[in-house]
Write a protein that binds this ligand. Structure first.
Ligand SMILES: [Zn+2]
Length: 284
């Protein structure tokens, strides 16, 4: 069933675990997540990266939101809908008007005061509309630039405390040795720093750049305040492989209509992977 992200995060915090938010760019990915969540008997979040609409045109905001809510209502487990990184008030209002009740305002490339100012402006309007907001402090950079080693980008507990108090965000993305994309070598999360941030704040914390962090580190982080975990690169990679496998298996096929079997083929490959991730990592 469709459930507001705010409520799913509350459930995760109470259970001292994390929900996984999967980047989905189309129907096949969203449907795979929803049905894997049902099979794993755990809540999940379907997350849209706004650039997939504005740059790659894989879907539209309004149709994606409606599709996810409809899919969610086909199953019993709570399914949330969230819009990932956006950077301006106007863009976020477009997403909210399209039906998203959970958004991210990422002002982390600015200094603390500017980040607070921009995020607060979004939070005030969003809360008026019943929408929850994820902020980011410190900066989660790119694994390809080895940003996960750059401690200058890491979240500081005192800044996190000030940020939460002054903006009123509902959740907070932190930088503790994580980065977006594929890591060059095994990352090591700064758990001591996470504990400090967790002690200084009372909102659910969010871990971006989840692909490639070892499970034992993830489970430790989930027991110390991380209640939402974003998975993008790894899931997109599985999608890519499944499409490649379908093409390979049908290389000699002469019937163009056979492409209609591709979505179900891909979903059958994605679902076991998703189910395994949820069963291993989410303990509600
Ligand atoms: Zn991110």
């Amino acid at each position: 069933m469709y459930e507001k992200v705010e409520n799913i995060l509350k459930m995760a915090k109470e259970s001292n675990t994390s929900v996984i938010a999967f980047i989905c760019m189309d129907y096949v990915m969203a449907r795979s997540v929803v049905y894997a969540a049902e099979a794993a008997n755990t809540p999940a979040i379907v997350m849209l990266y706004p650039e997939h609409v504005t740059v790659q045109h894989t879907t539209g905001f309004r149709k994606f939101a409606a599709m996810v809510k409809e899919l969610a209502n086909e199953v019993k487990v709570p399914i949330g809908l969230h819009a990932d990184h956006d950077y301006t008030y106007n863009n976020i209002m477009t997403t909210i008007n399209a039906g998203f009740e959970s958004v991210m305002m990422d002002g982390s490339m600015n200094d603390l005061d500017k980040n607070i100012e921009l995020t607060k402006q979004v939070v005030l309007k969003a809360h008026e509309l019943g929408v929850c907001v994820e902020g980011e402090i410190g900066h989660v950079g790119l694994a390809s630039d080895s940003d996960n080693h750059n401690e200058d980008l890491y979240t500081k507990a005192d800044a996190a405390e000030k940020f939460c108090k002054e903006t009123g965000v509902n959740s907070l993305a932190v930088s503790i040795g994580n980065a977006h994309g594929e890591y060059k070598e095994t990352p090591h999360l700064d758990i001591a720093r996470l504990e400090e941030i967790h002690a200084a704040t009372d909102v659910p914390l969010v871990l971006h750049g989840g692909s490639g962090i070892p499970d034992d580190q993830l489970l430790t982080a989930f027991s110390k305040g991380i209640n939402k975990f974003n998975l993008g690169t790894e899931f997109l990679g599985k999608y890519y492989s499944a499409v490649a496998d379908f093409s390979k298996e049908n290389a000699d096929n002469k019937d163009p209509v056979k492409i209609i079997n591709m979505p179900a083929y891909v979903q059958a490959k994605l679902q076991p992977y998703l189910e395994e991730r949820m069963k291993t990592l989410c303990h509600f």
